[in-house]
Design a protein around this ligand. Structure first.
Ligand code: 5CA
Ligand code: ZN
Length: 408
């Protein structure tokens, strides 16, 4: 499907440092993307409601990866999906009496508008689950042919123990896996499964639900295989980064890794599993099902500047879980004003060290809060002492635009 419009990214003098990122599977922070081409797959939205600040924080995390990679000279290959057919979307359609396709199209369009406003660089391929059905069917056929799919009352399941490394991404024990599987869309109690953790690959048509004809029969794909098929087709393995929010570690990314390992024989499926912390409000994870949401689009309607929203989110380290409060935006507005007033000065202190500091902070597991503080110090220096370098304001503008995505 259509991606969204790219914004210009100013080029900066010299080149950025190699990025080091935390990998959930190993627990280490280590260099990512050794080659010139860098491949990243990030799990996209399920479009049944508008983009909230938790989603935005996750996509900004991977936008920083994209920007830091580009600055370091990589060719970035970035793919994102849209889960435009799945249980939560169909349930919302029934609950509201709307057509699921209309909800999906409307919310996906709103997401594009939010991402554009936030200056998130678009993926090279933005792929819907529905349009990817042929890819999914092909991958399931490969699993089936190798004896790695079995039937339960017309539905097809992936046997997790086909992968001897199952569990290596999340490192969870079986009880933890069972609890999360039940909580996050799995069906551990379904009779007839070989292992309660086995996940659905293909669901045969149910009355009043959408279904597609395929060599597997009339039905629709399961969730995990959707991302595996899209990533393998558009990027091939191994991925440099498989990304998403922390709620996707298990089962989603564990299942994806297992399916890909079994089908390709290659390990690891992703060299880094990168997970953003969860943003909450009032002590609970911000989620569509809980309804405690602050929408990016609502803030935009209220006249909030997207650059301030961006700075409010980047002020928290991506790996932290944190709670949104109105104070985040107040701080961000003040910061934006202080930076703008500093770059409006005719000259400032040499900005070369600032560019180096921002690059250094971001390369160190995306320490955006540290990068923001470095810009704060430069702006404070201008305010207190001024400076003589008349090229400095333009370089700071370019640095903040290219690396942090905020126009000053
Ligand atoms: N379509 C699937 C992924 S294939 C999905 O999880 N969709 S979603 O709409 O529920 O979430 C979209 C992205 O936002 C995912 O990467 C998810 O991990 C992330 N996310 C969801 N809630 C939060 C939150 N409260 N804080 C941070 N990230 C979140
Ligand atoms: Zn996914």
């Amino acid at each position: 499907m259509e991606s969204w419009r790219a914004v210009d990214v100013p080029s900066l003098p010299g080149a950025g440092q190699p990025l080091r990122l935390h990998d959930t599977a190993t627990g280490e922070v280590r260099p990512v993307a050794a080659g010139r081409d860098a491949r990243m797959y990030v799990c996209g939205i399920t479009p049944y409601d508008a983009t909230h600040l938790g989603h935005a924080a996750t996509y900004l995390t991977f936008d920083l990866v994209n920007r830091v990679w580009r600055d370091a000279g990589h060719r970035v290959h970035y793919v994102q999906n849209v889960t435009d057919v799945d249980d939560p979307l169909l349930e919302r359609a029934v609950a509201t009496g709307q057509d699921w396709r209309e909800i999906a199209a409307r919310e996906t369009e709103l997401f594009r508008a939010d991402m554009t406003a936030l200056r998130v660089l678009p993926p090279e391929h933005y792929v819907g689950a529905v349009e990817a059905i042929p890819l999914v069917v092909e991958l399931i056929e490969r699993l089936k042919a190798a004896g790695n799919a079995y039937e339960v009352a017309g539905d097809l399941y992936f046997p997790v123990h086909a992968d001897p490394r199952f569990g290596a991404v999340s490192g969870l024990d079986r009880d933890q896996m069972l609890a999360l599987f039940a909580e996050r869309g799995g069906d551990p109690d379904r009779p007839g499964k070989k292992d309660p953790l086995d996940c659905l690959l293909w669901q045969t048509a149910r009355p009043d639900e959408p279904a597609w004809d395929s060599s597997l029969g009339h039905g629709r794909p399961g969730w995990h295989i959707e991302c595996t098929a899209i990533a393998l087709h558009h990027l091939g393995g191994p991925l440099d980064v498989q990304g998403g929010g922390r709620d996707l570690v298990f089962p989603h990314h564990e299942m994806g890794a297992a399916q890909a390992h079994v089908v390709t024989g290659e390990w690891p499926y992703a060299r880094h599993y990168v997970h953003a912390g969860l943003v909450g409000l009032d002590g609970e994870k911000m989620s569509k099902s809980r309804g405690n949401l602050v929408f990016v689009s609502r803030l935009r309607e209220q006249g909030e500047e997207p650059g301030a929203v961006r700075l409010a989110l980047l002020a928290h380290h991506y790996r932290a879980d944190w709670e949104w409060t109105g104070a985040d935006l107040d701080t961000a507005r003040r910061r934006l004003a202080a930076w703008r007033s500093a770059v409006a000065a005719p000259a400032g202190p040499d900005a070369g060290p600032l560019l180096a500091a921002v690059r250094e902070r971001l390369a160190d597991d995306l320490d955006a809060p540290g990068a923001l503080r470095a810009v704060d110090r430069w702006a404070e220096e201008v305010r207190l002492r001024g400076g003589r370098d008349d090229r400095a304001p333009a370089l700071v503008r370019a640095t903040v635009d290219a690396l942090l995505g905020v126009p000053l």
